[in-house]
Design a protein around this ligand. Sequence first.
Ligand code: PEP
Ligand code: MG
Length: 579
Amino acid sequence: MQILTGIAVSPGVAIAEAVVLDAEELRIPQRMIPQKSVTAELDNLEKAVGVSVSDLEEQRDRVRERLGHDAADVFSWHIGVLKDASLNRQIVALIEQKRYSAAYATSTVMRNQQRRFQQMTDPLLAERIRDVQDIERRLLRNLLGASGEDLAHLTREIVLVAHDLTTSQTAKLSETMVAGVALDLGGPTSHTAILLRSWGRPAVVGLNTLSGAVSGGDLLIVDGVHHLVIVNPDEETLAEYSARRDNYVRLTDDLRSLRELPAATDDGVTVSLMANIEYPREVTTALDKGANGVGLYRSEFLFLAGQSPDEEEQYEAYREAIEGMEGRPVTIRTFDLGADKFTQEKTIEPERNPMLGNRSLRYSLQNLEMFKVQLRAILRAATAGPTRVMFPLVTSLIELRQAKMTIRDAMEDLEEAGVPFKRDIEIGMMLETPAAASQCRDFVKEVAFVSIGTNDLIQYLLAADRGNERVARYYTPSHPAVVKTLKDVIRACAKAGVDCSLCGEMAGEPIYTLLLIGLGLRSLSMSPHNIPEIKKLIRAATMARAQRVARRALTLDTETQVTNYLRSETKKLLPDDPI
Ligand code: PEP
Ligand code: MG
């Protein structure tokens, strides 16, 4: 049994056999094989090499015909590597002597080869790394069959293990029988983590070396409450976790009874619990979990399907979300592209520091036509029900004014074209930068509402990348600087009579609920799956108690003290819940 600690990003307990995905989504089903399978594995290897060589020879001949000898040379090089006796001997030795599967042995030898090229100073030779990667992929594909592995066709539940998942890989999980996810990389509020949470099954990220330590077929426990992954648990641990899993499912079922009840404290203060969504179809989950509206629709996820969405596609998506919420308000955030949510054109050099780069509103203002198309689509869709629009990552009043001016331009376009749209739409901003926090009193004069995006605000206040597991311990909402900033922003909004809510991940974390409502927030937006538990907590509290907790938290001067204090106060209200 092996226990690894990471960062829990989606609660619950999953117990199932592991499937390990490599970076190319190839599934490596097994690392070790029994002695009796050695001959069969050697046969598989020989066949895979044979097929790979003949594929390449065919391609080489075609290219030679069309483009000549030089262009065909690269194929000859690949063929040479595949036929290289020394490499073959190394793979065979791993299968025969260490009983590695052919896929695992191939991967091991090819990765060693890549490392050798990596260390070469000659840039031409270093370029060869990519060729060796290509060869590895080709061999693995031929060894593993049609396994660009289609998680969609699983016939039983598994735990998915990978070094990392892109946002688009993660988005596809909802249609699979994956019961839990464990990743080497990732921080607490990376967008992969956010998608895992909205998917609603247990997930732990930031496990560093897990994918190297696990073989396909190992039994895994993902404990999305205590930040743990347990590999091949002993019987006692397995029994304990089976009970915990059942208990967690029971608690979740009990929460269903709260669906129709308001999130009101015992002394009568109601808090709006809103949903964060990435796709319009998620409004169904939002309603099912009792959301009072959508507080954050991350519109940029329209891009992950591939192409840039045109105005009609966007209009349809926004309208679907607005109509789906059946009269409850929907706040659409304009595209927050860049950083870890890609779509920067593939041709552009990756930014050296994308979290501080051309992202969010900056990106939209530099791509004005794209921005205007989006605003037109939002303005048109807003005729279908209560809709607000907000801008992400605002850092200066000039940007905010430019963005508002672009809305006016979009309105003029629609006016001229005689297309119906909502003229008096409420315009707000996300407060996610220390600059906006410190200048909050100026910003609130120019917006109808503010939504505090703590995922980003925390990373910029504390200088800790939200997606980097290596600095995850520096990234915490409990830091006194975060608590104080929240207090200041909430006060500035209240003073100006501007509606203020919070839509970062901390809104869905029970230990922060008393603090947030005690500081004065009356609207929290979170992954729909978190709504029932936060509602339960609010209903168990009084506002007087929450205000006391907030006052005391503001006097503490380290993040550890704040976390411990908030956890113990929350535990008093929900003694039986895993917090
Ligand atoms: C945030 O930064 O808190 C936020 C809600 O936006 P995102 O997570 O999409 O950056
Ligand atoms: Mg953000």
